[in-house]
Design a protein around this ligand. Structure first.
Ligand SMILES: [Zn+2]
Length: 69
């Protein structure tokens, strides 16, 4: 379990990218986040409405390796 990760995310609904503190990340078949995510434009968004930016994917990969090291 990883605490307080700030990730670079993209909202698929409006195409806006932003950094968000997602809280704890659970690595499973699919990533899940502790915190609810708010897009600055759309408000509360579901995880299905989000994708990781390239930077976000790098951040997640680093966190994952950190955790499994
Ligand atoms: Zn949005």
């Amino acid at each position: 379990m990883i605490e307080l990760a700030i990730l670079s995310l993209k909202c698929i609904r409006c195409g806006k990218t932003f950094d968000f503190n997602v809280g704890k990340i659970t690595f499973g078949n699919k990533l899940s986040f502790e915190n609810e995510i708010f897009c600055q434009k759309c408000g509360l968004v579901e995880i299905e409405d989000l994708e990781l930016t390239e930077l976000g994917q790098t951040q997640v990969a680093e966190l994952f390796f950190e955790k499994t090291k």
